[in-house]
Structure formats: C-alpha cells, structure tokens
Design a protein around this ligand. Structure first.
Ligand code: FEO
Length: 395
C-alpha cells in the first residue's frame, strides 16, 4: 500500500528505495542501500522529474497512478540520463503515450541511443523556462555533474532545486524523505562522502561551475536523485560538503593506507598511525586488502593528509595499492600532503613508484621511508620523523 508523500502543495515524492542491490554501478558496496528519487508536480500540466531504476518500474508507475488517477503525465523532465534514473522511460511512455520528454540536445541524443526513442521530445536550453500552471520550471545545464547531459530543474514557484546527482548520497529513505522528518541523518552525512568520492569525485571543476551558475537562485529545498530532500536548516551543511569536496579541500586528518603480506609493512603502518595520533591529528588506518576502495576513497577525499605503504611485489607496487592509486589518478584528487613507506626483501621499487605517483599528482611530498626486510630501530625513528613533518604540514 503506497502512502503518497507530499513535499509541498502538489509536489509529491514518487521515488523508491533499493535495499537489494549489493554494489552500485556493480562496484561500490551499498551497506545502507540507495534511493532513486523521482518527483511529481501536479499542476495544470503534470510533470514528472526523472524516473527510477528499471527493477522498480512497476512500483513506480503504481505510485504515480495512485496520485493521478485518470489524469496523465504531460511531461517527464530528464535531468540525468544514467539508467538508474532513466531506465523506466520506455514503460512510462507505454503508460502515457502522449508524454513529452523534456531534455537538452545531449539528453535527447542519449535517449535515442539508449532506448531507440525518436519522437516526443521537448528540447530545452540553458535558462529556458516551462510554465505548467502555478509552477514555472527553469532549466540549468550543468554538464559533467556527473554526465555531459546533466541539467538541473529549478521550480521558481516553490524555490526547489531538482539537482540530479548533485547533493545526493547513498542510503535508503526510511519512513520519511525530507531531512527534518528522518530520525537520524548520521548515515547520510557519511554516505555523502562515499557517494561524492566514488561517483562525482572526478568532476570537481564541473561542480564548482554549477555552484557559480546557481549562485543567484533563491533555493529553499534541494531535491536530488539520491538521498534525503534537503530543506533550509540543512542546506548550508549540504552545500558546504559538496563545495569543499569539489575543491579537494581536505579536513585536518591523515589517512594511512597500506598493503602487507607478512606483516612488515603493516608494522610500519602501525608505527605511522601512532606517530600521527601522538601529534594530536586524527588518523584513519586502512588495510587495502580488508577495506573496500570505496571507503578508502571517501576518507582520502575527506582528509588532507595521505600516507601510503606498500611492499615491493613483482618488482612493482602491491597490486591492491596499484589499483587504489589508479582510482586516485582517475579522479584527479588534488592538494594532498603525501608520505610513503614500504618494505622489500631483495630489491625495493614500491617507494620509488609511490614518489613518482605523488609527483604526477602534484602533491606535496613530505617524506619517505624504505625498509629492507624487518623494521629496524633506525627506520622506526625515520617513520616518526615523517609523522612529525606530516603533522606540522597538516596543522
Ligand atoms: Fe544516480 Fe549519475 O546517476
């Protein structure tokens, strides 16, 4: 039984919770699930903002029908074409054959490519408006916040920004959809870092461009495609998290990530973690073989300092560390203060490789320690010196 959730007068939430999917994009664990958000504006014309993942299509259409009865949906605005938001389009068209699909030129080309839909488009450009009765919708192109066709829809009447992926987070909406009605927001703040780092992380400059474009709008509510609907009390925090992350501005703290086969690099990692904490700086320690890269990336986006430890493996980096640094490189993470350590048995290359990586990323390198076989007293001291330098830079 569906109990329609009215956000404000005549605007309804018609999204769904996905509690089944194990991995978002088949890669990123979803311990708290995810919501696919969609919104229905019932005015002289009926407008749907985005759709949901195809697995929930039936439930989605039922929810819409429960609100509309015999009325039809006149427009569907496609703010974002990624299939978790667009894959119910074909079923929606079957249900409402006269529906107009609102999108920009890139959206329309993708819709044709993905779904072989060739007609029924209502093309909009940057700043265009669509009047649907009491409500006036304004469209802002915000390419690469996460895909090139992404746009945002601003409801001038109720000052709601339908923001596509921007300001979104993982986590199902349990019992309510608006921030003020949810019992606790703790999981969403944490999931916002995981979501940003893994999904939007590469596109920091696009997010900053979007901030500039939206700066003059009076926004009272943000309704994104994932996670809670954010209202006025929470907007400064939500905007601030996205602003800092997209400027790659880290908080005071150090992430120590290591790989280790027999415990020698791990002993170095433990020494480093202790040394940093003794300097009064928060530390997050990850064994790359145990922590999922999605969580490690979230912490690296969150904190300013990063120290990576790797044994030499097959004359190169420990494979899991190599995979992690590839993910960092892909996302173009900027402005990190970096240190490296590693151990080897007969020929060391891991620390050299980590140095090259830091150089490529343009990061500040504050020191390295390389150990042959077991950790020596001398190198323990060198690790503590590295910690002191890192702590000074962080402070
Ligand atoms: Fe939830 Fe970029 O899509």
């Amino acid at each position: 039984m569906y109990n329609p959730y009215q956000i404000v007068n005549n605007i309804y939430y018609v999204g769904v919770n996905d509690r089944h999917k194990m991995f978002f994009e088949n890669m990123i664990p979803l311990p708290n699930g995810v919501s696919y958000n969609s919104y229905l504006i019932v005015d002289e014309k009926v407008v749907l903002i985005d759709t949901v993942d195809t697995a929930f299509c039936e439930q989605f259409l039922r929810q819409i029908k429960e609100i509309l009865g015999n009325r039809v949906v006149d427009y569907v605005v496609v703010d974002h074409m990624e299939p978790d938001h667009s894959a119910s389009l074909l079923a929606l068209i079957r249900e409402y054959p006269e529906i107009q699909i609102v999108g920009n030129v890139k959206t329309i080309s993708m819709i044709t490519g993905f779904y072989d839909i060739c007609k029924g488009f209502y093309e909009v450009g940057d700043g265009d408006t669509l009047s649907i009765g009491q409500h006036q919708l304004q469209f802002y192109l915000t390419p690469m916040v996460h895909w090139p066709e992404v746009m945002m829809t601003y409801d001038v009447t109720d000052k709601i920004l339908f923001s596509a992926d921007a300001f979104g987070c993982f986590g199902t909406l349990d019992g309510a959809v608006v921030d003020a009605k949810l019992q606790s927001l703790d999981k969403y703040w944490h999931e916002m870092y995981r979501y940003y780092a893994n999904i939007v992380g590469k596109y920091g400059s696009a997010v900053q461009q979007a901030f500039k474009k939206l700066a003059t709008l009076s926004i009272e509510t943000i309704a994104s495609t994932h996670g809670p609907i954010w209202t006025s009390n929470r907007l400064p925090q939500v905007m601030s998290v996205y602003d800092k992350l997209s400027r790659y501005e880290g908080e005071k703290g150090v992430v120590v990530v290591y790989g280790s086969m027999y415990g020698h690099t791990e002993e170095m990692a433990e020494t480093v973690a202790r040394g940093i904490v003794e300097n009064g700086i928060p530390v997050v320690l990850h064994d790359v073989s145990k922590s999922h890269s999605a969580d490690i990336l979230a912490d690296i986006f969150k904190y300013k300092g990063l120290i990576i430890g790797s044994p030499t493996y097959c004359n190169g980096l420990y494979p899991e560390i190599a995979s992690l640094i590839n993910k960092l490189e892909v996302r173009g993470v900027k402005n990190r203060i970096f240190g490296a350590f590693g151990s080897f048995t007969w020929a060391g290359t891991s620390v050299k490789n980590l140095n090259l990586f830091a150089e490529k990323m343009g990061w500040e390198l504050i020191g390295t320690v390389e150990q042959k076989q077991s950790l020596s007293l001398e190198n323990s001291k060198s690790l503590l010196e590295l910690c002191n330098s890192m702590s000074l830079s962080i402070k």
